[in-house]
Design a protein around this ligand. Structure first.
Ligand SMILES: *Cc1c(COP(=O)(O)O)cnc(C)c1O
Length: 365
């Protein structure tokens, strides 16, 4: 095999080599069935068991009780959830509230405006998303349907560190880029969703984790295929699910367990991020972080350099040294290193060393 790159892609993102190799080993003949999983009926016992086990594992790792939450496997990415959430839970006499902390949060809000009444509860847009608004005294007007938070802002590189208390209003979180990366008490949430391609596996499946009591309140005025309740009632087998993506997620979840679960990964992720933030903070302004220190993400580390030419040179040289995916999102520019769960410590060490050497070269030049 060619040398594996140091993969800092923002999503689809790095997967553990062990997971890729296991998937390869089981690809042609799935568990002695004589055919590949790709060729198996989604109604077969094997696929039903796979679905069930994956749902249970995910709840276990997130420390959520199986008696209170359903795990749904859906299509359309996290972006489809932006629309499905208000379609299901924003009723005619209600207002859906959104905290805008980045461009994915803004997209989620925009979709809600097509469905019904939506309001901006707080926003850091005018400060270029450089921090997370303080929500201690947040007031929600009207008859709130829910409050939506993007817990980790993938493009900007920020994250929530505390969850606002909004009484009985249901809380909803987009956790696409931080699910299973840090310990958070998720019990206050009525719904969590995540596209798989950052911390959960490959693209193609999206998880929605919803409180059973809230599920029952979903709209009956939308097509069945759009209803969360339909997916819950049929254990995500109402129509053909993305079976192979679910299998990859299953392997990924077992890998997370082997690493020691979310607590162990959180510690590792903080150490990985610190390696890179330290280089930024000790570079005398050669690299400048974009996000307020208190709100910095461990998953997506963003920074800028003196000018675009220098940033371009950095990216060019990083590619030549085996680093993949360090360019910032096309909408914001700059640099970004995404250190999801599957990115090994060694990759972050190598990046920190590369950044230090690059700075030394270009400061003295
Ligand atoms: C990547 C991402 C999305 C978009 O996910 P898709 O699966 O491409 O629709 C939404 N929200 C967050 C926080 C993300 O990181």
């Amino acid at each position: 095999m060619t040398k594996r790159l140091y993969n800092f892609n923002p999503g689809p993102a790095a997967l553990p080599l062990e997971v890729l190799e296991e998937a390869q080993a089981t690809f042609v003949d799935f568990q002695g069935n004589g055919i590949s999983l790709l060729e198996m009926s989604h109604r077969s016992r094997g696929v039903e068991e796979l679905n069930h086990e994956t749902q249970q594992l995910l709840l276990q790792l997130l420390n959520l009780p199986t008696s209170e939450y359903d795990v749904l496997f859906m299509g359309g990415g996290a972006s489809a959830q932006f629309a499905l959430l208000p379609m299901n839970f924003l009723h005619a006499n209600q207002t859906a509230h959104y905290v805008l902390t980045g461009s994915f949060a803004e997209k989620a809000y925009k979709e809600a405006t097509y469905i019904g009444q939506a309001a901006i509860a707080a926003s850091s847009r005018s400060q270029n998303w450089s921090h997370i608004p303080i929500l201690d005294e947040i007031q929600l007007s009207g008859n709130p349907a829910y409050l939506h938070l993007t817990l980790n802002n993938t493009i900007e590189g920020s994250r929530f560190n505390s969850i606002p208390n909004v009484g009985s209003t249901p809380l909803v979180a987009d956790m696409t880029s931080d699910i299973l990366s840090r310990k958070l008490d998720l019990q206050p949430f009525s719904m969590i969703y995540a596209g798989a391609q950052k911390n959960l596996g490959p693209a193609g499946v999206t998880v929605a984790i919803i409180r059973k009591d809230w599920l029952l309140q979903g709209s009956k005025l939308i097509p069945e295929i759009m209803r969360y309740e339909t997916f819950a009632k049929h254990q995500s087998l109402f129509n053909t699910p993305p079976v192979h993506a679910i299998y990859m997620m299953n392997l990924m979840l077992k890998w997370v367990l082997q690493q020691g679960g979310v607590a162990a990964l959180e510690q590792q992720n903080a150490g990985k991020a610190k390696l890179i933030y330290d280089v930024i903070d000790n570079s005398s302004g050669f690299y400048t972080g974009i996000i307020a220190h208190k709100d910095r993400s461990d998953m997506n580390i963003t920074w800028r350099m003196a000018n675009e030419a220098l940033e371009k040179a950095f990216i060019q040289e990083s590619l030549a040294h085996g680093f993949e995916g360090l360019a910032g999102h096309r909408s914001v520019g700059g640099l970004r290193a995404s250190g999801y769960n599957a990115v090994p410590v060694e990759a972050c060490q190598a990046l920190a060393e590369f950044m230090t050497a690059f700075a030394e070269q270009h400061v003295s030049a």
